[in-house]
Write a protein that binds this ligand. Structure first.
Ligand code: GLY
Length: 282
């Protein structure tokens, strides 16, 4: 990540963390907290989620998103949606009212529209930076490299419920209809009674690793969220690049990655402090 992009990333994750914190302080629970945090990141062009996402091989934005709760193991996810500004809010609605849990493309658009969400033109999600990157496909990767990827959030509320969520525009130049790890339970997202985890990075290796369930299962054995995330990233490293944020039921959190940097923020309730960081691998 070029140094000049760090400030925008830190600002974005910090604003998102504040929104999540405010929802928790208002007693709105972990699902609303992570959804509020993700809306901030979806609306922030810095990140590959919502507006400003990478374009696919035909020059469109297609988004994946997902949300999962730890107590019931319920989840609600969508894949390859192109007409929703904030797919995480439609996932939250799906979680609340629908009998089915993963909708893609037109199915999710139909569900969203029937439940009061505006269907936008795909052009509204495209920005000049990404149009330029798309037009210069053959340029060296460093020229247009942008360090953003999937955005995620994990929260534990006063009722003891852990929830995890993420949103992504996926990888640049992906095939239309490609769905990555983000809305796949156990891969890009997982929450159970013990912990919640959200992943970022290249979807195919993350799916191969079943990364978030891998971290969850290790945590259930060793009861140390930092060791568990280290274990998961160790296995991911056999296949590719990415990172995770994780939170256990005691409120301990961890952030690990094998990329050069990963921006994150966390709210420390005891000291009422928000820590923001561009983390480097340990
Ligand atoms: N993690 C984003 C993707 O590969 O879809």
């Amino acid at each position: 990540m070029p140094k000049k992009l760090e400030a925008a990333h830190l600002k974005g994750v910090c604003e998102a963390c504040k929104a999540g914190r405010d929802a928790l302080l208002d007693g709105n629970g972990s699902v609303n907290a992570i959804a509020d945090a993700l809306v901030i990141l979806e609306d922030d062009e810095t990140f590959d989620a919502g507006v400003g996402s990478f374009l696919n091989s035909v020059g469109d934005v297609e988004l994946d998103a997902g949300i999962m709760t730890g107590d019931s193991g319920d989840f609600a996810c969508c894949g390859a949606v192109s007409r929703l500004r904030n797919p995480i809010l439609a996932c939250k609605k799906l979680l609340e009212i629908a009998p089915n849990r993963l909708l893609v493309c037109e199915g999710m658009h139909k569900f969203a529209e029937e439940n009061g969400f505006e269907l936008i033109d795909n052009d509204e999600l495209k920005i000049s930076r990404e149009i330029e990157r798309y037009k210069n496909k053959s340029a060296p990767v460093e020229k247009y490299f942008l360090p953003s990827d999937t955005v995620g959030a994990v929260a534990l509320d006063e009722y003891g419920q852990i929830a995890a969520a993420n949103t992504t525009g996926g990888t640049p130049g992906k095939l239309p209809g490609r769905v990555g790890d983000s809305p796949i339970v156990g891969c890009g997202i997982y929450a159970g009674p013990n912990a919640g985890i959200a992943a970022t990075g290249y979807g195919e290796p993350i799916i191969k690793t079943v990364l978030c369930k891998c971290v969850y299962d290790e945590y259930s054995k060793c009861k140390d969220i930092d060791l568990a995330t280290n274990h998961g990233i160790g296995i991911l490293s056999l296949y590719g690049w990415g990172g995770v944020i994780a939170l256990d039921k005691e409120g301990n959190s961890a952030a690990r990655h094998n990329t050069t940097k990963m921006p994150f923020a966390r709210w420390d309730e005891k000291n009422n402090k928000i820590e923001k960081k561009i983390s480097n691998p340990l």
